[in-house]
Design a protein around this ligand. Structure first.
Ligand code: BGP
Length: 477
């Protein structure tokens, strides 16, 4: 028993949080480029034009744009077999509207893929990871417009054809179910409703949000079909942010709330993308949200024909739900929840729960029966660089070790798990706060929350530990 022989070990990033070079090589402005940094008390702001005196952390990020050779060599040294990255849409189509792609952008990813190949690393490419061309926000209010379907499929066609012999694994949209939350308006759908200034408090019009997700489902299904036509060997997956919850007590209403949250937030998108149709509880959800979706017969047909080949997920933490409002709350990836008295939390209040991962993997595999892949997991923590330059991140090793153990249990339970790419394998800018000090990496990047630093890379203790894990296919933890 244990992980399969072709299990894919590696790490994950996203262009907007990692690449930098925001105005180089003909790149256009993306939604992420318009986000300022947040500080402890004030969330990130969304600006419609770049403002002097404001700091935009995604502009420089970790500067992978200029460090990719060195970074890929370090990944290879750790033994990576796969590297999850995203292609910035705005490097290929700066506004999303051009008829011809930007050759310089295409060339950059050719170079990255060639470098990966030279080191025997397989790319896993997220096509859209929180970085819609900002022009499409300004002109169409993002995915609320049906026009975006064709623009996205054009982008997919370009990269599928160009990289058909270099990339096999694709994810259509990062954490597409972020759109089930108000936070997803701007972050995942590029919707910027009049009156929204702050990233966390977004003016929400559920009608636009749910219609926007519907457009993404159709676009994703079209991409799956097109991808398989271009190269039948492509493996194209969905990517869902798992926000697992437990009922706080055995009160029947806690149980109902628990079930509803799994349906509305964790299952809603995966059900459509894996099964090719909306689930039974969708009508009730739409009614509660006051939305009435425009879904054509053609849309329904496309959803059926473009189901995904595998299911990928992010998993960081779990929370509880309770029928009573009088409970202490804690933070979480995309969604806060009721505190679980049995769990410890990270410095950012995300509760650490490896057993929840085993539960989640069993639950998802039982539901969908297609291969699963964990494409994000990890601990965002403060790291301290010692005088001799070493970084002793034993807390990160403990987190990852416990989660890999839980994965192994799930595999022994019978779950078909393809691979594991911990998040932010090289330190990157945080999506929620814009900070650099919330670090996930095996590799430290010398930069602070304002881009000050040498950008020098150094290995943390977890680097050596993870190399051992990969070498032993997860046996030596
Ligand atoms: C997920 C996103 C990532 C990433 C991660 C960690 O939701 O897909 O982009 O950032 O969460 O979150 P954070 O950066 O807020 O710590």
């Amino acid at each position: 028993m244990g992980f399969r022989d072709d299990f894919l070990w590696g790490g994950a990033t996203a262009a907007n949080q990692f690449e930098g070079g925001y105005d180089e090589g003909g790149k256009g402005l993306s939604c992420a480029d318009m986000l300022t940094n947040g500080t402890g008390s004030s969330p990130r702001q969304i600006t419609r034009t770049l403002e002097k005196g404001m700091y935009y952390p995604n502009h420089v990020a970790s500067d992978f744009y200029h460090h990719y050779k060195e970074d890929i060599a370090l990944m290879a040294e750790m033994g990576f077999q796969v590297f999850r990255m995203s292609i910035a849409w705005t490097r290929i189509y700066p506004t999303g509207m051009e008829t011809e792609p930007n050759e310089e952008g295409l060339k950059f990813y050719d170079d990255v893929f060639d470098e990966l190949k030279a080191h025997g690393i397989e790319p896993l490419v997220t096509i859209s990871h929180y970085e819609l061309p900002f022009y499409l926000t300004e002109h169409y209010n993002g995915w609320s417009s049906r026009e975006l379907i064709d623009l996205y499929v054009k982008f997919c066609g370009t990269i599928f054809r160009r990289y058909k012999d270099k990339v096999k694994y694709w994810l259509t949209f990062n954490e597409i179910n972020c759109g089930t939350l108000a936070l997803g308006n701007y972050m995942s759908l590029g919707i910027l409703n009049e009156g929204t200034r702050s990233f966390l408090e977004q003016k929400d019009i559920p009608q636009l949000r749910y219609q926007g997700m519907h457009h993404q489902f159709v676009a994703s299904a079209m991409a799956v079909k097109l991808g398989h036509e271009i190269n039948p060997d492509f493996r194209i997956g969905c990517m869902i942010a798992l926000m697992p919850t437990y009922p706080l007590t055995c009160h029947p209403e806690d149980m109902l709330k628990f079930q509803k949250q799994w349906q509305d937030i964790n299952y809603y998108c995966g059900d459509v993308m894996v099964r090719g149709e909306y689930p039974h509880y969708a009508k009730r959800l739409w009614a509660e949200q006051g939305v009435s979706l425009e879904i054509t017969d053609e849309d329904r047909k496309i959803l059926k024909e473009g189901t995904v080949d595998f299911y990928s997920l992010s998993y960081y933490q779990t929370n509880c739900v309770s029928h009573s409002d009088d409970q202490s709350m804690t933070g979480g990836n995309l969604l806060a929840g009721v505190k679980n008295p049995y769990l410890k939390a990270s410095d950012w209040g995300w509760q650490i729960d490896p057993d929840g991962l085993r539960y989640t993997l069993n639950d998802l595999y039982g539901r969908y029966r297609i291969p699963l892949m964990i494409v994000e997991n990890g601990l965002g923590a403060y790291d301290r660089v010692e005088e001799d330059g070493s970084i002793h991140d034993d807390y990160r090793i403990a987190y990852l070790k416990a989660h890999i153990r839980a994965m192994k249990e799930a595999v022994d339970d019978g779950v078909d798990l393809m691979g594991y790419t911990p998040w932010g394998c090289i330190d990157i800018v945080s999506a929620s706060t814009g900070e650099m000090k919330k670090r996930y990496g095996f590799i430290y990047v010398d930069s602070d929350d304002f881009g000050n630093g040498s950008f020098k890379r150094s290995k943390k203790d977890s680097f050596r530990w993870y190399r051992k894990v990969i070498r032993s296919n997860g046996e030596e933890l």
